[in-house]
Design a protein around this ligand. Structure first.
Ligand SMILES: NC(=O)c1ccc[n+]([C@@H]2O[C@H](COP(=O)([O-])OP(=O)(O)OC[C@H]3O[C@@H](n4cnc5c(N)ncnc54)[C@H](O)[C@@H]3O)[C@@H](O)[C@H]2O)c1
Length: 325
């Protein structure tokens, strides 16, 4: 049994776009000792390591041997092999989303982590968005949920489509927001730039009547990340980027005549919710650290990730089927 850890020996595997954000966060956390990084582009990794005063390892195996915990931010099709290796070596893992490309691999990782009493956390960083964390107290009886995640095209993510790249964030958040069981889901989408879907819409129907429509595009000239919720007594608008929430209610529409004879009616009332804004990725790492020390229960569990991944993969199949016709 390893002695309790005060400062966590941490490594990062894959320091591209997302891995660099993890590097920025981890290198500034007082609870973390950045042991090193690994990236298949070794010269690039050496430059990065110099910038952060740490070591670029020749292999991820050597790095894992020196760590208590690692972040894995390599392309998705490589998540399984590296996460399995690290877990089997007794190292806690924060793996970027999506956890893997299929359910079987995800189940195997979750099982190894459970057997070895290790923390396996998936990088659903939007869960740690201040506005999303405030949402749970506001959304009690959702009738209609609509999400829009529109991003411009980029050549970085080529091994998956827009469902596993972007829309999975909203699947994860909506499945955790609606407490009722999911009874049905249907997907549509189109493959424009290659073998994977670039535009997708997923409809979810929950017991009790709540429905959700999740839209994502990675061909958009306009960037947007929003979630809206219709409830009986209000309409909630969440802006992920700004970490802001507005609650709209119908006004009393009573026509009032002001002393100076101006007539007006109160059409709607808008409340702006106070949101504790912080860097969601920093909050994600602080949570991972506290879970490893047993001070917090994982917010994102293997089971919730399996459910999220299952919906995503079934939707991709439906889109592929439909696009053949
Ligand atoms: N949570 C989020 O919001 C979010 C955002 C973007 C990407 N991601 C996820 O992060 C992962 C990485 O995406 P990205 O956008 O950073 O891609 P990227 O291409 O910018 O970075 C991937 C890095 O992995 C390295 N790499 C490739 N093969 C390797 C190997 N075998 N061993 C070690 N390193 C290797 C590459 O050299 C590159 O530096 C993906 O799984 C993606 O889904 C999550």
């Amino acid at each position: 049994m390893k002695p309790p850890i005060e400062k966590i020996k941490f490594g990062i595997i894959g320091v591209g776009h997302m891995g660099s954000y993890h590097l920025n966060v981890v290198s500034a956390l007082p609870t973390h000792e950045l042991v090193g990084i690994f990236d298949a582009r070794l010269p690039y990794a050496k430059e990065k390591a110099e910038l952060f005063d740490t070591t670029a390892f020749e292999t991820y195996e050597e790095l894992v041997a020196k760590c208590d915990a690692v972040t894995i931010a390599v392309p998705t099709h490589l998540h399984f092999a590296i996460a399995k290796y690290a877990l089997e070596k007794g190292v806690h893992v924060l793996v970027e989303k999506p956890i893997t490309l299929n359910i079987k691999e995800a189940e195997e990782l979750i099982q190894i982590a459970a057997q070895k009493k290790l923390i396996l956390q998936v990088g659903h960083v939007e869960r740690f968005n201040g506005a999303v964390m405030a949402l749970a107290n506001i959304v009690t009886e959702p009738l209609l949920i609509q999400t829009r995640r529109l991003h411009p095209h980029n050549n970085r993510i080529l091994d998956v489509g827009v469902v596993l790249d972007l829309l999975i964030h909203d699947i994860d958040i909506v499945l955790n927001l609606v407490k009722a069981p999911l009874i049905k889901h249907a997907a549509m989408g189109s493959l424009v730039t290659g073998n994977h879907e670039d535009v997708a819409v997923i409809d979810l129907q929950f017991e009790g009547g709540c429905i959700a429509t999740l839209t994502a595009s990675r061909l958009s000239q306009y960037k947007e990340r929003t979630l809206t919720v219709t409830q009986k007594n209000n309409f909630v608008i969440l802006n992920y980027g700004a970490q802001e929430i507005e609650i709209h209610r119908q006004g009393n529409s009573v026509t009032v005549t002001a002393p100076d004879e101006i007539k007006y009616s109160q059409e709607s009332v808008v409340e702006r919710v106070y949101v504790h804004k912080d860097n969601p990725l920093k909050s994600e790492h602080e949570h991972f650290y506290k879970c490893i020390l047993g001070k917090e229960k994982p917010l994102v569990t293997g089971e919730t990730d399996l459910r999220t991944l299952k919906i995503a993969l079934e939707s991709i199949e439906q889109i592929k089927e439909n696009s053949k016709r």
